[in-house]
Design a protein around this ligand. Structure first.
Ligand code: OOG
Ligand code: NI
Length: 437
């Protein structure tokens, strides 16, 4: 649907596919690795999308809609300090499926209290109160899924079609052009939400194996990339998340008093790296803020700053900078190591256990704000006072957000427990063999 609505996005998909194929042709081990991890099929699948809503009712409605599909709100992102009057969460699968989640939706809700002009704020609130973004039948199906614990195949089909309609572009504004301009001046994101009848997808994001090559290729194909790739370039391993996008194009819109344009929809690309622990994240933030955003040759300076972040996975693991998944290596259990008293690190060193870093599945406020800014044009303001409204957001959502860090930590912990269980079974078997001798 989105590729049909935004033809430049279809071009972006083709571009990413070409770049990924080129990387795999040049490095056949990448192709093999992806196939082994079961990630090959995910490559050409969209990794995330984004939607913006206006009211607590809309936000909790989306929370219920995504829950039907096993997607739950993870993380709280306050974008006000970066000058965007919204706060957000990301709906994604959690638990085992979360780590190979092919799809996430980043959902932002307007913070109307940040609009200083009180009559304008009231007008925007009235526009939002007047809209009904969920069809009654969709709400019925959500009720049914909640009470019955799921939907049957026919209901699920109907649900998917109606859910999709919720995000279908409607090129019809509910205001005239003067009012649209006035609301845009408060902040373009407010106009993008409040001037329309229902929410729309504002971008989708496929995953690339080489974001620098993809950025270059966007220039070659005249897709107008934003100036900067968010996140530091690194040889190996990539950290957290790097993102870039092509800039939104003006689209024609029917205002109540005639035709005009609105600019909001675009396509984004991302490359995902390793999930950092809180100390890894602290080091990341320190290096990131060491380079001021407006600095000349920002990207090169950032790359240099990040040279002090270890690139050796062993060092990263031993310093506790990233989360890992541990697994017993088949065939290596019988060595000389004392399985009972060995630490996980000893087991890794003895090649009894393998350690794979976890991939970061979430988002970064700095990157998100950069994406917002480059696609909403001028207008708005530099910064809002940081009043943390996490409680208000969760009240609107109708539940607390899931803590992303706790998810990675649990995955790591559970993998260690599984290793311990497997090794103690191996030890018991060994002991039995000893006795029978
Ligand atoms: C959401 C921007 C955040 C990302 O990838 O960080 C985001 C938006 O533009 O509505 O999608
Ligand atoms: Ni995005």
């Amino acid at each position: 649907m989105y590729a049909q609505e935004v033809p430049a996005y279809a071009e972006l998909l083709a571009l990413v596919h070409d770049v990924n194929a080129r990387v795999m042709d040049a490095h056949p081990q990448v192709r093999t690795g992806l196939a082994l991890n079961g990630e090959a099929a995910d490559l050409d699948v969209v990794q995330h999308g984004a939607v913006r809503v206006g009211t607590p009712g809309e936000l909790s409605g989306l929370r219920r809609l995504f829950a039907v599909m096993g997607m739950h709100p993870v993380g709280y992102y306050d974008l006000a300090p970066a000058g965007v009057p919204v706060h957000s969460t990301a709906f994604r699968p959690i638990g085992d499926r979360g780590h190979s989640a092919p799809l996430r939706i980043f959902v932002s809700m307007l913070r109307l209290e940040l609009i200083e002009d009180v009559p304008l704020r009231q007008r925007v609130a009235a526009l939002l109160q007047a809209r009904e973004v969920f069809r009654p039948r969709l709400l019925q199906l959500i009720d049914l899924a909640e009470s019955a614990g799921g939907l049957d195949v026919d209901e699920a089909r109907e649900f998917v079609a109606l859910a999709q309609d919720t995000f279908r572009w409607c090129g019809e504004a509910v205001v005239g052009q003067d009012e649209y301009r006035k609301i845009s001046q408060a902040h373009p994101v407010v106009a993008d939400v409040a001037c329309f009848k229902r929410p729309h997808i504002n971008h989708l994001t496929p995953k690339t194996l080489d974001i620098d090559a993809a950025q270059q290729e966007m220039r070659v194909r005249s897709l107008q990339p934003k100036d900067l790739i968010e996140g530091p370039a690194r040889h190996t391993p990539a950290l957290l998340l790097r993102q870039t996008s092509f800039k939104a194009r003006p689209e024609s819109v029917r205002f109540t008093d005639g035709m005009g344009t609105h600019t909001a929809r675009f396509g984004e690309i991302e490359q995902r790296g390793i999930a950092l622990t809180s100390s890894g994240r602290a080091l990341y933030e320190k290096l990131l803020t060491a380079v001021p955003r407006g600095a000349p040759d920002y990207s090169a300076a950032l790359e240099r700053a990040f040279e002090t972040f270890p690139s050796d996975l062993k060092e990263i693991r031993q310093r506790g900078l990233a989360y890992f998944r541990y697994a017993v290596l088949p065939g290596n259990i019988g060595g000389t190591i004392d399985l009972h008293n060995a630490s996980v690190e000893d087991l890794v060193e003895a090649a009894v256990v393998a350690a794979e870093p976890l991939t970061y599945e979430d988002f970064l406020p700095v990157s998100a704000a950069g994406i917002f800014r480059s696609n909403l044009g001028a207008g708005g303001r530099g910064q809002y006072d940081a009043i943390d409204s996490r409680n208000a957001f969760e009240a609107a959502l109708g539940r607390p957000v899931v803590d992303a860090d706790a998810l990675y930590a649990a995955t790591e912990r559970e993998s260690i427990e599984a290793v311990r269980r497997q090794l103690s079974v191996a030890r018991m078997l060994e002991a039995r063999e000893d006795c029978s001798l």
